[in-house]
Design a protein around this ligand. Sequence first.
Ligand SMILES: Cc1cc2nc3c(=O)[nH]c(=O)nc-3n(C[C@H](O)[C@H](O)[C@H](O)COP(=O)(O)O)c2cc1C
Length: 209
Amino acid sequence: MASADRINELRRRLSQLDESSLDLIFRVAQSHNGWLDKPVSDVTLHALYDLARLGPTSLNTCPARFVFVRSPAAKERLRPALSPGNVDKTLAAPVTAIIGYDEQFYEHMGFLFPGREGVRERFAANPANAHETAFRNGTLQGAYLIIAARAIGLDAGPMSGFDNARVDAEFFAGTRCKSNFLCNLGYGDPAKVRERLPRFAFETVCQVL
Ligand SMILES: Cc1cc2nc3c(=O)[nH]c(=O)nc-3n(C[C@H](O)[C@H](O)[C@H](O)COP(=O)(O)O)c2cc1C
């Protein structure tokens, strides 16, 4: 089915998520700090990535790279890079995703945006712009991963409290990738969720012009 037909068909079936779905993804969902002893399978990680990868990026650059740290041996490689407050929960989490980005994402433009001439060369000639594009879109893709995780019934615990250089040396040595943030994934322990912190009111931070 062509894209337009699929969109029209979807609109006939569903105009928005129901209240429970909105609770699951936003209103009840929170950042998790403790984890139930329940594994996350390869099938679940594939389902997670298959949704997250569909979120939009500029020029479809898709610069994010994901390392799912799951085995005890791999967790031990991560441990020395973690801020003290993040160690216990990261070791307890079934999976810790390293959300990274490829600074030379543009080498894949022939696959990602066929027919769009000159994109590779423009980014290759402007490393500052390439970095900004990789970081902006890689961060967005990390957010898509969090939302996708919640949508398939996982909980997420994002973290920037770690030493990026150490993670890069341990997990991305010899590559063009750099770490952005970490995200624990699994089935969270509701007893370890913190009180919801305040959010700004619409009037405080939004303008309608
Ligand atoms: C990019 C990012 C980095 C974060 N880093 C940490 C961290 O290092 N340690 C931690 O305990 N929580 C960390 N958090 C969790 C935030 O404090 C939490 O998401 C925020 O307070 C909102 O909490 P809520 O989801 O329960 O409403 C991080 C969240 C994000 C999105």
